[in-house]
Ligand binder design. Structure first.
Ligand code: GLU
Length: 385
């Protein structure tokens, strides 16, 4: 294993790396688990966690998306080599996830960090209500300075409701938490015009700004036994990331301290987004969602919204529609003017009970502690005046 200092073809790191405030790092199974023995590569993981400490020290929040549960568990259970049946993968994940989480916890603790296990299924990132739950949990963990370590909940995920690869899962997580950078640590240092193992003329591509059919064609097909995603799922992750305003880096994790290597200008492929995450999200809210209801706000709330504040229940006079928590609604002034759209934090039945009330009264009225805001400013796209 080479150290980053030996990485060839160095050029200065892109400014996007230093500028990123919130980084999601995807760690592939092949990097974490030894192919032959099925053991965890502890030295490598230790070097990664050293890098995480360094990122945290420079004020970045970090979310890790780690594979490895199935690879670790299949070894412990002595399952045969080769593709596993779904039930076998589920069983392997159940065993391996414990070791994986334990390793992160131990390595984090040694470095004064707190690791938090988050297991997600496809529905947690696709369904709006569950999406909000998962997002709130990760946001809370980050605000408490914990490092979420995310994986797919492979033990309960069946074929139809499964990502199957952590490339796309990590892109969804990055978009969910509006990360400004997603790093895919891979066994290859970026995207090539053709799979470099089969084609000696393959050229490395340093920057991608749009996922064109040519780029997709370059991705070829899937990877090794240990890594579920090949270049194809990485390019798909790139689509999700760019759509969410998140920059993405594909780089090799086959060195120690792979994140420090990025800062030191290692060879990578950058997928550069055209807008930032907040703008991308607002555009998505403004343009692509069907509205399930409307909220009518008073003049005070209208002023607060236009000065960039969230919508509190106190400023709302009336709600209409049949919406669930997380659905898009139209925000209107009392005279009916459409002010914008947003994702509402309460279902209709709860919203009608708290409108006009102070946020501090919400818990008493509803019997549970909900959000202070009816529509958070980050979940809102206002029309320009
Ligand atoms: N979630 C799987 C695991 O932890 C890995 C999926 C992937 O390799 O992308 O074993």
């Amino acid at each position: 294993m080479s150290r980053p200092a030996e990485t060839a073809n160095k050029s200065p790191a892109r400014p996007e790396w230093a500028a990123a405030r919130r980084v999601v790092v995807k760690i592939g199974s092949a990097l974490l688990v030894e192919r032959e023995t099925g053991r965890l590569k502890r030295e490598w993981l230790a070097s990664l966690m050293d890098d995480v400490v360094e990122l945290a020290r420079t004020g970045k929040s970090v979310v890790l998306v780690s594979s490895g549960a199935i690879a670790l568990g299949r070894n412990t259970l002595k399952l045969p080599k080769g593709p596993l049946e779904l039930e076998q993968s589920q069983a392997a994940a159940a065993v391996g996830q414990i070791s994986l989480a334990h390793a992160y916890q131990e390595m984090a603790e040694k470095r004064g960090l707190i690791a938090a296990q988050v297991l997600l299924t496809l529905g947690d990132t696709e369904e709006r209500r569950r999406y909000l739950n998962a997002r709130n949990t990760i946001e809370t963990l980050l605000s408490l300075k914990a490092i979420p370590v995310v994986n797919e909940n492979d033990t309960v995920a069946t074929t139809e409701i499964r990502y199957g690869d952590n490339d796309r899962l990590s892109a969804r997580v990055a978009s969910m938490v509006s990360a400004d950078c997603l790093v895919l640590l891979s066994d290859i240092d970026g995207l090539y015009t053709a799979p470099p193992n089969d084609n000696p003329n393959a050229q490395h591509i340093p920057i991608v700004t749009e996922i064109t059919p040519q780029i997709e064609a370059m991705a070829g097909d899937a990877g090794t036994e240990l890594s579920k995603g090949g270049m194809r799922t990485k390019v798909e992750a790139g689509k999700i990331a760019l759509g969410a305003g998140t920059n993405m880096v594909i780089t090799t994790g086959k060195v120690l301290n792979p994140l420090r290597a990025i800062a030191e200008g290692a060879k990578v492929t950058w997928f550069l987004a055209k807008s930032d995450p907040v703008t991308a999200k607002k555009r998505w809210i403004a343009g692509h969602l069907e509205a399930f209801g409307q909220v009518f706000v008073d003049a005070g709330a209208e002023r607060a919204l236009s000065s960039g504040k969230s919508l509190l229940p106190a400023g709302v006079r009336r709600v209409e529609g049949d919406f669930d928590r997380g659905d898009a609604v139209i925000i209107r002034a009392l005279d009916g003017r459409e002010l914008g759209r947003g994702l509402i934090a309460y279902a209709y039945a709860d919203a009608i009970r708290i409108i006009g009330k102070k946020s501090s009264e919400i818990a008493d009225i509803l019997g549970f502690e909900g959000r202070d805001t009816l529509i958070h400013r980050d979940d809102m796209a206002l029309h320009r005046k």
